[in-house]
Write a protein that binds this ligand. Structure first.
Ligand code: ZN
Length: 194
């Protein structure tokens, strides 16, 4: 059991004022997942990641945001969350199918060899810390076998008990890692390629 609590932000919760003005809110919500449990933890992280990227056209009131938070904290409600919240999980097409594909995507090798690895889906670093100060190596030794990305829920592939990776980090990549990875919006397109 290795629990971590992640804070995500549901963006663009809109509140209409009495005078008709619309206010946009960032609504923080926490989810606690077990790093040692691929299922359902990776799925809960994936759902939270999609919701946190919400850029919907429909107003999402605070009650609905609270309902989302309540449901995502109860891990047994995956089906219900997908059904009820497809408009924020896939604001473009409202497609439950797209959401299921995203949260159940097959495990993939990480980009670049440990400890310089990045998530193949969201480009978040698997191990954080400054390579120049050896922090990244300390972070790596604390948890050498991560099962999934704590940012987007992508599961990682293992071959013969070893984390699979594609590509070797060159000096240029290491330099980029020192600056931190960019925060990419999730897309469903990349989950089609297997
Ligand atoms: Zn990721």
């Amino acid at each position: 059991m290795n629990e971590v609590t992640l804070t995500k932000y549901l963006k663009e919760v809109r509140r209409v004022e009495d005078n008709g003005d619309v206010e946009y809110l960032m609504y923080p919500f926490d989810i606690t997942v077990d790093e040692d449990l691929e299922y359902p933890s990776s799925i809960m992280v994936a759902l939270a990641h999609l919701a946190a990227s919400y850029k919907g056209k429909l107003p999402l009131n605070i009650d609905r945001a609270l309902e989302f938070e309540e449901l995502i904290c109860e891990e047994s409600n995956i089906q219900k969350i997908v059904e009820k919240f497809k408009s924020i999980l896939d604001p473009k097409d409202f497609s439950e199918w797209n959401v299921w594909k995203y949260i159940l995507t097959t495990p993939k090798p990480v980009d670049f060899q440990p400890p310089f690895s990045m998530c193949p889906r969201c480009s978040e670093r698997v191990w954080t810390g400054d390579p120049a100060n050896e922090e990244i190596f300390e972070s790596y030794h604390r948890r050498e076998n991560p099962l999934f990305c704590l940012n987007c829920g992508q599961r990682f592939k293992y071959d013969g008990g070893r984390l699979s990776y594609r590509g070797v980090a060159d000096a240029e990549t290491v330099k980029k890692l020192e600056k931190g990875s960019k925060d990419l919006q999730p897309t469903f397109a990349e989950t089609d390629a297997e």
